[in-house]
Design a protein around this ligand. Structure first.
Ligand code: COA
Length: 325
């Protein structure tokens, strides 16, 4: 595992200088104290992914050239097309291996893991690099109009190197879901083919919010606190485990209140749930690999532990992975 976050720390007090918000509101509703925003001259979505990947490779004692396939999850790609997977292939100096881009927002990393897991289990690839990276800060509405969204999201990247093994450790199962009926409740509508950039320029409407992320916060919250426990229980049931068997649950860092809700619903102890949203905000596809890397660094993930990853977000999509570390 590896991760990278930009050095630039943006506190809640910093935000209150840009928009009508305050530290107390943000901490009470989300648990977030600070987040990182890139310096665009230094960092990009693919570039942060590469930095996280280099750390993961070093810790796995592997060379970049050992990688057989790249999976890159993001909702904030460098370009409209191509996706950032190919930029990682170029930057790491890899041969012409395949690079797949995953578009599942907050669930992107778990979706990506599931792809890597299947490729390894079928024997097609031995070593797969999975990256989740997000650069939100450049696209947020940093005025009071966008405050309910912009205070939540942060920049960063996390990466995992998955490798084939003969022992009983590894990904036990993954569980993927979607419900497109709610697609527009957490979305960025334009520019895209539904709202071309020339249409936006022609209209030249300074009140047009279609190119900022939109989130129906309370609606998302209600669905999240239902879907998270469901998909965690699905993973446990599939493998014959109980919530008490989980050594560490790493939920997607959407909102500390959501994590606390899941913990209470599932009757988990404090030491069974890992949260770091306080430091980084919601980094979407990057949040789980960043949190998992920090949990490993803090000695909270030990060989033999039962680790559960779970995510919910835009789509709506939600997913879980159960791992014997
Ligand atoms: N600072 C201060 N006030 C703010 C604010 C901010 N950053 N953002 C919104 N407000 C105000 C609103 O304008 C509203 O004021 P009003 O009552 O005068 O109209 C009030 O706070 C309550 O807004 P509301 O949106 O109802 O707050 P909420 O309790 O639903 O909390 C979220 C908002 C976004 C924190 C909450 O809905 C949430 O966490 N949702 C899930 C978000 C999430 O996890 N997204 C990622 C999913 S992957």
């Amino acid at each position: 595992m590896g991760f990278y976050v930009p050095d630039n720390v943006v506190t809640n007090d910093d935000l209150s200088k840009m928009m009508d918000t305050d530290d107390q509101w943000i901490q009470e509703r989300t648990g977030i104290k600070e987040r990182r925003w890139v310096n665009p001259a230094i960092d990009s979505t693919s570039g942060m992914g590469v930095k996280a990947a280099r750390m993961a490779l070093e810790r796995a004692n592997m060379k970049a050239t050992d990688i057989d396939f790249i999976v890159f999850a993001t909702l904030s790609p460098d370009y409209y097309f191509p996706g950032p997977g190919v930029l990682v292939q170029k930057e790491l100096g890899l041969d012409t291996i395949g690079a797949l881009d995953v578009r599942n927002q907050c669930s992107g990393f778990v979706y990506g893991l599931s792809v890597a897991d299947q490729f390894i289990k079928t024997g097609m690839y031995n070593n797969v690099l999975v990256i989740g990276s997000e650069l939100h800060s450049g696209g947020l509405d940093k005025t009071t109009r966008g405050r309910s969204v912009s205070v939540i999201f942060g920049d960063g990247a996390g990466a995992a190197v998955l490798t084939a093994t003969d022992d009983t450790s590894g990904i036990l199962s993954t569980h993927l879901h979607s419900e497109g009926a709610h697609a527009e409740e957490l979305a960025l509508i334009g520019p895209a083919t539904n709202r071309w950039v020339n249409e936006i320029i022609e209209e030249n409407d300074e009140n047009d919010e279609s190119y900022f992320p939109y989130m129906n916060g309370s609606y998302v919250f209600k669905h999240a606190v239902t879907r998270f426990p469901q998909v965690i229980n699905e993973a446990l049931d599939a493998n014959g485990y109980q919530p008490s068997d989980i050594d560490l649950l790493i939920p997607h860092q959407a909102n500390l209140r959501i994590s606390q809700f899941i913990q209470k619903t599932m009757r988990l102890r404090d030491d069974q749930v890992f949260n770091n949203i306080m430091k980084y905000g919601n980094t979407t596809a990057a949040s789980i690999p960043i949190a998992l890397t920090e949990a490993v660094e803090e000695g909270k993930v030990k060989p033999g532990d039962l680790i559960c990853l779970a995510a919910f977000g835009s789509g709506f999509t939600w997913a879980s992975a159960l791992i014997r570390w």
